[in-house]
Design a protein around this ligand. Sequence first.
Ligand code: MLT
Length: 409
Amino acid sequence: MAKVNRNYLKLPDSYLFSRIGKKVREYGAAHPEARIIRLGIGDVTQPLAPAVISALQDAVEEMGKGETFRGYAPDLGYEFLRVAAAENDYRMRGCSISPDEIFISDGAKCDCGNLQEIFGTDNTIAVCDPVYPVYVDSNVMAGRTGEYDRSTGRFRNVIYLPCRAENGFVPELPGEVPDLIYLCFPNNPTGAVITKERLQQWVDYANEHGSVILYDAAYEAYISDEKIPHSIYECEGARTCAIEFRSFSKTAGFTGLRLGFTVVPEDLLVEGVALHSLWARRHGTKYNGAPYIVQRAGEAVYSEEGKRQGQAQIAYYMENAGIIAGELKAAGYEVSGGINAPYIWLRTPGSMTSWEFFDYLLEEANVVGTPGSGFGPNGEHYFRLTAFGSRENTIEAMERIRTMQTGAQ
Ligand code: MLT
């Protein structure tokens, strides 16, 4: 008789953003007149850059001709894209990562979720609290987290690293040593960033204890402060303890096109086994690669034109972030993030819980955000807004919030 993976039964009923989507659809159906502004899921709204569109068109033409048609992509991804990423994302920042250490995929979410497969189920994991839910949920599915404790809102075998206003939303090194450590900077959901010195402490800690850091750098393109590292490989010793996830979603507006990559350095060994060879084995077995046309579009992101156009998009979203943070502060909200990151993290007014504020904002202002508690218990009484809306919607959302019946005061 077939048996289900009972670990799935430990998960919340639905993924955070699916739950939000359902609530918003229900509200919209009951209030068809409402013009809802979505600043919840971090989904981009600006069209793809002209350099990307032109590369896509050229690649489509190639696929229509016998002499340039392409079938399956190489296991690691096309060399042209891996070379461009190694050069622009790493060598130009003084990091030593070779194209053969880069695995192209259809996005960082899949890689963040799948990478845990190359580790034994007896590894302990540490995550920030609050945290992007994929890290925890994918480990729950694999049976690595133990039972869910309703009284604490936490899984028993997970080491949670509190990220609160008191520590600037940057976690402290844990006393109990985890085997796998998930870090994401610039952070989703808080928008906090980590200095190179603090990140170096994590790298030293991981090397000293034999832990592996899974570093999600999906939002690195939003860093404007020169002192903030874009990659964990800017730290000395990271090649022997860290894997890094990168995404084209927020960097170049590829949320609908799908492209990302994961870096697994060849000198990263666990129990004498090269993780690079395990991830290569997994990639080759379960994945047939991102489409050729999308990889060509990714290559165009690194062209001079593509970089200029991409930076203009990021500047646009960061101007939105400035508007949101400024307006919320003026309305009396306690606000952080939104400076080197596209997420604004605010304290809910009075004693409102995150979900109460979600409902309140939806009903009073027809604005959708993300409840902080959906990212973990330490996110309770916080709320996330994204800078990825259009300028018009961002300004209107702030006007509506400013004129809501109950302010933050
Ligand atoms: C978010 O809103 O946290 C992100 O868009 C989710 C994701 O990138 O998968």
